[in-house]
Write a new protein. Sequence first.
Length: 157
Amino acid sequence: MRKDAFHQAVVGGIRFDGVLSADGPYIIAHSIAENRPAGGVALVVSGLRRFLPSHFGRGPGPWGWYIVKYTSEARVFLDGFAAEHVDRMGAEFGLIPVDEQQQHGGPARAFYESRAWAGLVQWVGRHPHMAKRMSRHDAYLPGWYDCARAVRSGPAA
């Protein structure tokens, strides 16, 4: 796993890495079958959507599941995804269908309840200097670093 990766999971034949980027916590997809990057997007401003995007890459995309930025910017085509894969993405990264986000308390809450958040909290403890340096990158999830440090230190006495 990459040094900047805080979580990794394989779902539906696609490897997903949770990493820190200039956008803050970010997800990158890698096609295992084709051994190539398949795209990425900042977490928390993203979700899952099953649709036929009018624009994906250089033209329209195929019908199916996508990781989208906001509600309709197709970023990663999830070729072959089914309902069980969608559920697993929620557990792993807090990525849930965009039309279900409000009933789950929003995308930030879904992320904070995911395995990726638990991995980020552990990563902050293992890489304190890198985490501090990356803490300024929080445009989409303000305060992630301080929150992770607070979780690591436990409840106040």
